[in-house]
Design a protein around this ligand. Structure first.
Ligand SMILES: [Zn+2]
Length: 306
């Protein structure tokens, strides 16, 4: 079966201002890398629809969803927090980004495709129930997971977040919810300064020091995630796929390379193959060194499709 590539023109129009790392060029870099990848003939492109208010309100407070809808400027930029910005196209992009993950869940659960990659921006994993944060407006992957649970009636969804920053928004959405196993690896102490203490239950945080190498990363996540993932027996596996832990990415200080992203993808795919026919939905989070980002997305998606 093929892999679905979810995308939308609005993702390249979401402006964040001069010098901002989460910039429109990220989208062009990933789209070009995917189009030129050796597996491109096994990828089917789908247009991302907008998420509905009902879908967003499964993980966000209705007042917050309204705040983002009315907060979009007609021109110029508005600042939602110290580093999260909205321009005239940002609401559109944010709605299509969350909608991409919802659509990807539908495609994978209907077996139309075996797996899906959502080439979205803005990213989502820092957005909490009631606030925008860290370049993120809506919690894209959490919205998709909630759709799998509520609209498709799934009982167990695993979310793997290998972005270099802790996925505080996803944890905020599902902490205490036994239907979701959330595994997040991240540099610590580092932005957003959460996740250092793993709460009991279905949260498997792996805080790692600055300078973490590929070998150290692999050993840590293998021992922290493999057994809980197998014991959980997920019906769907989702990735918050952030590539800002790459050695060439100066936003953080991990020393990972594209092979490490391919490795974690294969490790998790083995779990998905064993428990849920390889059903995987992945969505782009961070990654700010454009060449490394393109190569890393190809390594990750290539491992999904293999
Ligand atoms: Zn990040």
């Amino acid at each position: 079966m093929t892999l679905a590539w979810l995308d939308h023109p609005s993702f390249a129009l979401h402006e964040t201002g001069a010098g901002h790392p989460e910039r429109p060029g990220r989208h062009d870099a990933t789209a070009q890398a995917l189009a030129e990848a050796p597996f491109a003939d096994r990828v089917t492109r789908y247009d991302a629809p907008k998420a509905t208010r009902e879908q967003l309100e499964r993980v966000h407070d209705p007042r917050y969803v309204e705040h983002i809808h009315v907060g979009a400027p007609r021109s110029g930029l508005v600042q939602l927090d110290a580093d999260t910005v909205m321009g005239p196209h940002s609401l559109d992009a944010a709605l299509h980004a969350a909608g991409a993950v919802v659509k990807a869940v539908d495609l994978v659960l209907s077996a139309e495709v075996s797996s899906a990659f959502c080439n979205v921006r803005p990213p989502g994993h820092h957005a909490e129930r009631t606030r925008a944060m860290g370049f993120c407006l809506f919690a894209n992957v959490a919205v998709g997971a909630a759709h799998a649970l509520e609209a498709h009636g799934l009982a167990r969804v695993a979310i793997i977040d290998f972005d270099v920053h802790h996925g505080n928004g996803t944890q905020d959405a599902f902490e205490g919810d036994e239907r979701v196993l959330f595994c997040s690896s991240f540099q610590h102490p580092f932005y957003p300064f959460s996740g250092g203490d793993t709460p009991p239950g279905q949260i498997r945080n792996v805080p790692l020091p600055a300078g973490t190498s590929g070998a150290a990363y692999r050993a840590a996540v293998e021992s922290a995630w493999r057994e809980p993932l197998d014991a959980f027996r997920p019906e769907l596996v989702m990735f918050s796929a952030g590539f800002d832990g790459h050695a060439e990415d100066t936003i953080a200080s991990f020393a990972l390379v594209e092979d490490d992203f391919a490795w974690v993808t294969r490790m998790v795919k083995e779990v998905a193959d064993a428990h849920c026919d390889g059903r995987i939905v992945s969505a782009l989070e961070g990654g700010y060194a454009l060449e490394a980002l393109g190569r890393s997305v190809v390594a990750h998606v290539g491992s999904l499709i293999a």
